[in-house]
Each structure stands twice: as structure tokens, then as C-alpha cells.
Design a protein. Structure first.
Length: 595
């Protein structure tokens, strides 16, 4: 049985190790790596446990720095699979069914994908799996109270990593009610569990310690208890809100629940349902525990989440929160395999001795086919698109430039390159989405003493983008992404200069030949990804848009000047870079009609 568990862990570790990201990738990964390496404070709620563990992994004596921190997630994912095996083994008492359940989780595209990059969800999976395992041990041997105390400690630690762990609450209350006689007879045990839970919260002490060092990445700039609570409770976004940006909020709960159900896949989803039936027959307490945990962490949370799946690649944001439910139901797959083998035996009694082996092998063969089919799409080991765009932006930006950037696909990679690798420190990098926070404006003033910020926070009234540009006219100003407001209209215009927009006063004029020359020279140095390199249905889809925007801008200016052959050339280059670019297709069709 131990050997089977070791084999499960080894197989998973080899798969994850081969496909783990060696570099920064889009998502929160660049920020979390930067926070771990520099001992900074990541975005709310701060993620102190992940940051400290990530820092330890950053000290490993091998591989690129991003790979070392990404490896934390791969290790957590691998260990989660191992713990699921032992949880299923304690419940089903069949090592083969347990191994099948664990490997089906490991090969799940969703679980596999989020075990390859530095994100807090893989650590959350490990803590959740450990928590469930400890409660199973305690339920089976209630006299061994150390399991309950340790589970309380793990729950505290988990809340310093990912707040969705609270969705275990109803299931835990049910389990404690089941053992209420024991707990009422030993009130000291309850006190010890509370103390263990509070000890688990101690990683939050890291936040004020790190903030006091004033690192480059210092979200909220915690200097008081109110600052600390604002960070932990995510007040900048609205406590209880998953997404802060209004354009991505709302949407249909039905669509979200449908996407949640699809995340399990037909095989695992079917086996989980069958496993739930089997647990009701044989492990009634576990049936109710899993059902309660699943309903609150899964459909309940997903229905409540304020994410509009029809607006951009927002499923990329939401799907990470499906992982907790996938881990919760994973041991049920072992029960499902047992139920299928029972039915097979009833139909064909001659295969009784090998029914479970046949069923498990068939399930794993199907899963192996999925691994083969999804390997290229999930593999992150050769993914450098986020770095290349960020490097192209910095190489285009002259020292001393005030660089105003917005959009996570730009902000976080640039933040990493400056904070960790010290790239282009002469560029004054301003993350425009953070300007509404007074704490960020204070940090900018300390970091760039010669930067003039004529407001305490951006509010679109007295604190505007125009006022910021007006106060810094003596320096070059560039923009990447959409400005926070439209206050610059009539005072400034944007000159497309490669992958950045140079901010120019209305009085200044630049000729089309200069634009053609500048962008031709810059594009020779750039390294845009091919469409095949882009991970579909992720924020990487926006990467190509930054490169094609340059080609389209030059094409439009050429068309306005009636340099039609030149316009066709630039539109054609945009289309060759992205064959699905509708604007380029329409422009070329339009120019075909021009005599």
C-alpha cells in the first residue's frame, strides 16, 4: 500500500516536474514570485504563508529563479495527490481504487495546469487535502485527539493563504456535532483546538514585518491595524467581491455553474457521483461531510461569484476557484471505481477477481489519453511570452521616462523585471490601476523623489491623468494599456512607438515617414509570439494584441494619408501575426475596393 502511494507520487512528480514553468507566466505568478524573492507583500489578502514558503524555494541551488518558486506549486500539487491516495485508502480500504482516484486527480487538466505556476491555489489544495485526511483519521479514531488539534492548526494556516477555506465551515460543524458527546466531555480539547487554530494564523505577523521594510512590492503599505485589516479583508475590492473591475462583474450564475461542472470532465464527474452513492451506503458520515463541503465551496460559491464569463477570458480567473471542490470530491472517485467494479461483477461474475483492476486500468487509460492530448496545451516549461513582451516594452522605453501601465498582462511582468532582476531601473514605472490608493501614491513619492504627483489619489476629478502628465512635462511620458480616465483629450495625443504610446502635446507634430521608420526599426528587435505559442482562453490572448496594435496603428495612419500600398503592407503584417484579427481582415477588404 505504501509502495502504491509512492508510485502515485513519483508518477505525478515526474509529470509536473517536466511541465512546470521555468519562467514568469501571465496571471498573478510574476507578482507572487517577486513578493517571495524580495520578501514583499503581495496583493490582498497578502498571502504570507505562500510568500514565506516561496522565499525558501527561491533559495534552492538550481534552475532559474522563477522556476524555483514555481516548483513550490508543483511540489504542493504532487503532495496533494499523495494525500488524496491515503485519504481514499483509509476510507475504501482498497489501494487500487485509491491509486486510481489519486491519478485521475493528477491528470485532470484543471488540477495539472494550476500545479505548474506560482499561484496560491496549489498550496490551498495541499492544505485542504491534509485537513480532510486529518479529520478522516480523527473520525475513525476519535480517541486520537491529536488529529483534530492538527486539523485546527492546518485550518488556521490555510486562512493565511486562501480565504475560500472557510467553505469547509458547515462540513466541520456537522462533524463536530456528530462527536458532540466527546467534545462536551472534554472542554479542554475545544480550547486546545482554538489555540491551535490561532497559532496557525501566525504567518500574518509576517505582513507588518515585511511592510516595515518598505519593499518594492508592498501592497497597502501596512503601517497600522486599519491598514492590516484593509489588506486582509480586501477592502480595496469590497470584501466578498471576487473581481474588482466593473466591466467583468455580473453575468449568469447558470453559466458559471455550468463551467464549474465541466471542470471535472465526464469521467471524473461520473465516478464522483457514483462515489457519492457508494459513500451513502457505506460511509454515511463522510457522505454528509463531503456533500456539505462541496456544495458551499462549489456551486454555492460559484453562483455567488461576481464574474461575467461572457466578458473576455474571465473563466481563466474563475476556474482556479474550482480546484478546492475538485480536491474535496477526489476520494469519492475511489468509491466510484468500487461501485463500477461491483456492477461489473454482477453482470459478469467470472471477472470478480479482476473486476476492480479492469475498471481502474480502463479509467487510467482514458486519463492517459487525456494527458497525451493536453500535454502541449498545458506544458508551461517553454512559456516565455510574458517575459518577452515585458522586455520589449522596457527596451523601447528610454531611461527617465514616466511609464504609465495598466492591465495585469503588462503590469505584473514589468513589476517582476524591475523588482527582482533590476531591469531598466531608470524608467519610472507607475502602475495606474493602483493610483486610486493613497498608500501607492505615497510609495511612488518615496521611490521616485523627482516624480511630481499633484494629488494624493486618482479620483478622476482633481486627481486625473492629465494633471499627472502636466506636472511631469519635462520628462518623456509613455503609456501602455488604457489610461484611467479621458482627461487628456484635447491636451495630449498618443504616438504609437512600437509596443508603447508616447504621450505628446497637441502642438507637437510627427510625420508619417518618421512613424514608419521608427516602428520598422523597433519591430526588427521584437519577439512576438506565434499564435501557436499562446495558451488559449487565458490572458495570453492579449499579448498578441499589443504587437498587432502597432501594425494596425501604422496601417491606419498610412490609410488616412492615402498611402494605400503602405497601409496594405502593415495590415497584412498584422494579419500574418494573428490570422484571426478581424480589424486587419476588414481593412484589407476595404482597401481592395480602393482604386
Amino acid at each position: 500500500m505504501l509502495a502504491a502511494g509512492g508510485a502515485v507520487v513519483a508518477i505525478t512528480g515526474l509529470l509536473y516536474g517536466a511541465t512546470t514553468a521555468r519562467d514568469i507566466v501571465l496571471g498573478d505568478t510574476p507578482e507572487l514570485i517577486a513578493a517571495a524573492v524580495t520578501l514583499g507583500v503581495a496583493h490582498a489578502p497578502g498571502y504570507p504563508l505562500f510568500t514565506m514558503l516561496g522565499h525558501l524555494f527561491s533559495l534552492l541551488p538550481f534552475g532559474p529563479l522563477p522556476f524555483r518558486v514555481n516548483l513550490l506549486s508543483a511540489v504542493c500539487g504532487t503532495l496533494t495527490v499523495g494525500i488524496v491516495y491515503f485519504t481514499a485508502l483509509r476510507l475504501t480500504r482498497h489501494w487500487l481504487a485509491s491509486a486510481g482516484a489519486a491519478l485521475l486527480l493528477a491528470s485532470s487538466p484543471l488540477f495539472w495546469r494550476w500545479s505548474l505556476v506560482a499561484e496560491v491555489f496549489s498550496l490551498n489544495n495541499l492544505l485542504a487535502a491534509t485537513f480532510v485526511f486529518l479529520l478522516v483519521l480523527w473520525e475513525q479514531r476519535p480517541e486520537q485527539t491529536k488529529f483534530l488539534v492538527t486539523a485546527a492548526l492546518v485550518s488556521g494556516l490555510a486562512l493565511t493563504n486562501q480565504h475560500t477555506f472557510v467553505f469547509f465551515g458547515p462540513a466541520v460543524i456537522f462533524l463536530l456535532w456528530q462527536r458532540r458527546v466527546l467534545l462536551l466531555a472534554r472542554p479542554s480539547l475545544v480550547a486546545i483546538c482554538v489555540a491551535a487554530f490561532l497559532v496557525g494564523l501566525l504567518p500574518y505577523v509576517y505582513v507588518p514585518w515585511a511592510a516595515a521594510r518598505d519593499p518594492v512590492l508592498n501592497w497597502q503599505g501596512v503601517a497600522s491595524m486599519s491598514d492590516f485589516l484593509a489588506l486582509v479583508l480586501r477592502k480595496h475590492c469590497g470584501t466578498g467581491q471576487l473581481i474588482c473591475t466593473g466591466q467583468y462583474q455580473g453575468g449568469s450564475p447558470v453559466e458559471r455553474i455550468r463551467a464549474f461542472g465541466a471542470s471535472f470532465g465526464f469521467l471524473v464527474g461520473s465516478l464522483s457521483i457514483l462515489g457519492l452513492i457508494q459513500t451513502y451506503r457505506h460511509e454515511r458520515w463522510y457522505f454528509w461531510f463531503v456533500l456539505l463541503a462541496f456544495m458551499f465551496a462549489g456551486p454555492g460559491f460559484v453562483a455567488y461569484a461576481n464574474v461575467d464569463l461572457s466578458s473576455g477570458p474571465t473563466l481563466f480567473v474563475l476556474e482556479r476557484f474550482f480546484l478546492l471542490s475538485n480536491v474535496i470530491v477526489a476520494p469519492l472517485v475511489g468509491f466510484g471505481l468500487l461501485l463500477v467494479s461491483e456492477r461489473l461483477t454482477a453482470i459478469a461474475p467470472k471477472v470478480r477477481a479482476h473486476a476492480l483492476l479492469v475498471v481502474t486500468v480502463m479509467a487510467l487509460l482514458i486519463a492517459s489519453g487525456g494527458v497525451w492530448a493536453n500535454y502541449t496545451a498545458i506544458d508551461q516549461s517553454r512559456n516565455h511570452v510574458a517575459r518577452r513582451l515585458a522586455e520589449d516594452i522596457l527596451s523601447t522605453t528610454k531611461p527617465g521616462t514616466l511609464l504609465l501601465v495598466g492591465g495585469d498582462e503588462i503590469v505584473l511582468p514589468l513589476l517582476y523585471l524591475q523588482a527582482v532582476e533590476g531591469r531598466q531601473l531608470g524608467v519610472k514605472l507607475v502602475l495606474t490601476p493602483l493610483l486610486p490608493g493613497e498608500w501607492y501614491v505615497k510609495q511612488l513619492r518615496r521611490r521616485y523623489p523627482d516624480l511630481v504627483i499633484p494629488f494624493d489619489r486618482h479620483d478622476s476629478r482633481s486627481g486625473t491623468m492629465k494633471s499627472l502628465m502636466d506636472a511631469n512635462q519635462d520628462n518623456p511620458i509613455a503609456v501602455v494599456g488604457k489610461p484611467l480616465d479621458e482627461s487628456t483629450e484635447g491636451s495630449y495625443w498618443f504616438y504609437r512607438y512600437g509596443v508603447i504610446d508616447m504621450v505628446e502635446p497637441m502642438a507637437k507634430d510627427l510625420t508619417l515617414p518618421q512613424m514608419l521608420s521608427d516602428n520598422e526599426e523597433l519591430l526588427k528587435r521584437y519577439r512576438p509570439p506565434s499564435p501557436d505559442e499562446i495558451k488559449q482562453k487565458t490572458f495570453e490572448e492579449t499579448i498578441l494584441a499589443h504587437y498587432t496594435a502597432t501594425l494596425l496603428a501604422v496601417g491606419r495612419e498610412s490609410e488616412k494619408a492615402r498611402f494605400y500600398p503602405e497601409a496594405k503592407k502593415w495590415y497584412g503584417r498584422a494579419l500574418s501575426m494573428n490570422p484571426n484579427l478581424l480589424e486587419a481582415q476588414e481593412a484589407l477588404l476595404r482597401l481592395e475596393k480602393v482604386k
